[in-house]
Each structure stands twice: as C-alpha cells, then as structure tokens.
Design a protein around this ligand. Sequence first.
Ligand SMILES: [Zn+2]
Length: 186
Amino acid sequence: MLDVNSPMIQDLIKFSQGKKGAEMLTDSTVHEVLADVTGEEENSIAIIASLLSGKTTDEEITEETEIRLNIVRRILYKLYDAGIASYKRSKDPETQWYTYSWKFDEGKVAEILAKKCEEFSDEIKESLEFEEGNMFFVCLDNGCRYRFEEASENNFICPNCGGVLEYQDNSAVVTELRELMEKISS
Ligand SMILES: [Zn+2]
C-alpha cells in the first residue's frame, strides 16, 4: 500500500540515523517512541544517554543518572523487549557473578519510526476514503457525527440526545487529508 522508498520515509530514516547518539535523544518522535515502549519517557532518555556516554551496566547507569536500580532494570528490559537495547552476559572469573553489558540500538529506533510512519499513512488513507465516500450530518446539541444513512434512518434526529442533525461540509477535512497523503506518498 505504502511505498517504503518514498522520500518522506527515507528522510525519516536518514534523519534518525543521521542524528547519531545523544543528538537522537532530542528528537520528539524518538521521545514518543520511548514513551510508548517504556511508559517512562524521561527516565528512558536519561538511561539511553548514560549508555551512549559509555556506561554499560545497570549499576553504572544508576550511579550516573541517580535513577533507582530497579527502575533502571525495568526500563532496560522494556527497551530490550522492543529491540532498542541489547545486552551481553559475561561471568566474572573471580566472583563467578554474571555481568550484563547493555547497548543501545539506534538502528532499531529508526526502524520503529519508519513503521510508525507507515501506519500513519495507512490511517490517513482509510480516513480519506471514509470522508470522500460519505456525507455527514452533525448533531447541533452534542456534536455527534453520523453518516447520511444513519442520519436518514433516524429522520435527522440525533439517536443519542434527540437534537437536530444538520449537513456538515467535510471538504476542508478531505483537502487536509489529501495534502497529508501527498506529502507522504510523493
Ligand atoms: Zn445529539
């Protein structure tokens, strides 16, 4: 449906890959992805910044960020789950304890952004088809919106509140969606 080679997506990928390391963490789309993945945007950013500055273990990250160890661990595993962070396990020959060295995967973040963009494009396309293929009526009392068929079946009276339904010109919405669609697929 969507051309993944479209300039916008390519730009998005280039943009996120071009923004290396800590610079990437200033990108608002990246923030959004992290909020989605961990539910803790600020802590996630601090933890990734710490990884990028060369810290690799949860203890080092805790020390640098002053975020509690269990929170650091929880976020690291959520990032791992999403493929944004990975770890290597090694055994200390003296203590026999395992150490986990964590790494941040920038490429995966770019991939998630590209996928988000694709989903967005699909949504726009669906909305556009819906808006172009229907006539709409809106309730003057509570703003509920109905397709012509529904409005007509209810004699242009809102089935929710009994208010009067009035024709709504959706050409501005259609234009907006078309412009958005062109930007993505051109
Ligand atoms: Zn109503």
